[in-house]
Design a protein around this ligand. Structure first.
Ligand SMILES: Cc1cc2nc3c(=O)[nH]c(=O)nc-3n(C[C@H](O)[C@H](O)[C@H](O)COP(=O)(O)OP(=O)(O)OC[C@H]3O[C@@H](n4cnc5c(N)ncnc54)[C@H](O)[C@@H]3O)c2cc1C
Length: 451
């Protein structure tokens, strides 16, 4: 389909990474700067990065998705201040390949290098030490936003701060983020030592995690919740720290391109291979593998930042039916009750919990960004009616315990739960409408949550 802005709109089938939402819409793939500078018409639209969000955040049924993929260059680098300016279609891996030879890295990065910088800003994602490093917004010095009704805007914590904070964590609803200036941190060495320390219960793991977040550069836990019986919640505290110079390998690690990952590729298997039995086997295998890291093992920084590169076949095991992730931050005082509630539920209605992993979080809650003080626990399971029932149960527990769900990780999260958990949900809607009364930027996520 031709359009006034001169870039064709092709019919396209979209699917969220978890397989929960499918929609037919239109995809536009501009590759010239004049597209952003020209007159964009007022067709309801949404930006699309790598399309790897678990929720349907970058498309809408019959809507227009504008891909940033062709805009993937490093535009400028200030070596004095370690600030890099990029087009937001750049992937995290490509940016890492630019920064690493310069002794730099971004401390806050999600687990896969194919994810785009635009997606990281719009979802204000977290990395592996949120307590120390905060969320992605902490690395953003400035963004260039394009909106059909407002033209091109430069936003920063100093310049139009309210719109800047609405945009970083605004799920693409304020406009197209075309470029960003990001502040990198020093990577003393491109090698990280990873240690996996066993613990005997979820609570013990969370306690160790709180201590580790103060000292280590990366820290998270892995728990075995594949059975509600003995051994529920046992696991490993995984800590990573830059290797001291004297113990570093005498070479520089190569940085391979991130393996291809897409929602369609993930769903290639017609039948799911993860059930209660195979999940227990998978968990046992993972525990066995971690033995090599008990005493510490040295890995390339890229492998520590993007651990899913070597394990992405895991997502394919869910097959076309897909999976669900429930990720929520619980206040520290509520974590024991939350885990007890999960265990009691699973005793009565067993479900294969294929992954359970926690991180510590700190900071004040604001708008719809996923942050705040507490423990963030992520649970994965195969999609289906049983999973949906369990997730509804968890919705009620986080409301009861004062937690918040991660909006970008859940393609079915109901509006009522978001409104009950995020005190600023109303302020988000009001500020967005004040900026864009016609509400031009829309997605499956924004329609479901009435944003
Ligand atoms: C394997 C894997 C591991 C992950 N690990 C983590 C993790 O550790 N921590 C974490 O927080 N998240 C994690 N995520 C989630 C992921 O970081 C977010 O969903 C992220 O938003 C995906 O970015 P994307 O480039 O795929 O964007 P898309 O999925 O295409 O879009 C995501 C959102 O960003 C908006 N957007 C994208 N580009 C732009 C732009 N240029 N301008 C304006 N808006 C834009 C879209 O409109 C949409 O709302 C993980 C996801 C996967 C698949």
């Amino acid at each position: 389909m031709q359009s006034r802005d001169g870039v064709p709109r092709a019919a396209h089938s979209f699917v969220s990474f978890d397989g929960g939402v499918r929609a037919r819409g239109y995809l536009q793939q501009p590759d010239r700067y004049r597209f952003w500078r020209g007159r964009l018409d007022e067709t309801p639209r949404i930006s699309r990065g790598a399309g790897l969000s678990y929720a349907g955040a970058s498309f809408l049924a019959d809507g227009l998705s504008v891909s940033h993929r062709a805009f993937d260059r490093v535009l400028d680098f200030d070596s004095g201040r370690n600030v890099v300016e990029v087009e937001t279609g750049i992937t995290l891996s490509a940016l890492h390949r630019f920064l690493s030879p310069r002794g730099l890295y971004l401390p806050v990065q999600p687990g896969h290098g194919r994810i785009s910088v635009g997606g990281c800003i719009a979802a204000d994602v977290h990395g592996k030490n949120q307590t120390r490093d905060g969320t992605f917004i902490n690395q953003v010095e400035e963004v260039t936003l394009v909106h059909p009704a407002h033209g091109t805007l430069q936003l920063s914590p100093q310049r139009d701060a309210e719109l800047f904070r609405l945009t970083c964590g605004g799920y693409g609803l304020t406009g197209h983020i075309v470029c960003a200036r990001l502040r990198a941190s020093a990577a003393p060495i491109p090698w990280v030592e990873i240690r996996a320390a066993p613990f005997a219960s979820a609570e013990e793991g969370f306690n160790h995690l709180r201590g580790a977040a103060r000292d280590a550069d990366f820290s998270y836990t892995w728990h075995d919740m594949s059975t509600a019986g003995d051994g529920f919640g046992v696991g490993f505290l995984i800590q990573g720290s830059f290797v001291p110079q004297e113990r570093a390998p005498g070479t520089t690690p190569g940085i391979a391109e991130a393996p291809v990952l897409s929602a369609d590729g993930r769903a290639r298997l017609p039948v799911p291979l993860l059930n209660r039995l195979s999940t227990r086997m998978l968990n046992s295998l993972y525990r066995w593998q971690q033995r090599s890291a008990h005493k510490g093992k040295v890995v390339a920084l890229a492998d520590a930042l993007f651990p899913t590169h070597k394990a992405q076949a895991y997502f394919q095991l869910f097959g076309a039916a897909g999976f669900r992730e429930y990720q929520a931050i619980l206040p520290y005082a509520a974590t024991a009750s939350y885990v007890d509630a999960i265990r009691s539920y699973l005793r009565q209605k067993p479900l294969p919990i294929t992954l359970s992993s926690a991180k510590t979080f700190a900071g004040s809650r604001e708008l719809l960004r996923y942050t705040g003080d507490g423990i963030s626990l992520a649970l994965n399971m195969p999609a289906g009616a049983d999973a949906d029932m369990f997730m509804e149960f968890l919705d009620q527990r986080i409301i009861e315990f004062g937690g918040i769900p991660n909006i970008i990780k859940d393609s079915r999260l109901p509006r009522a739960v978001v409104d009950a958990c995020y005190p600023d949900a109303g302020r988000f809607r009001e500020t967005l409408r004040a900026f864009d009364p016609k509400r031009l930027f829309r997605s499956d996520l924004s329609e479901r949550l009435k944003l």
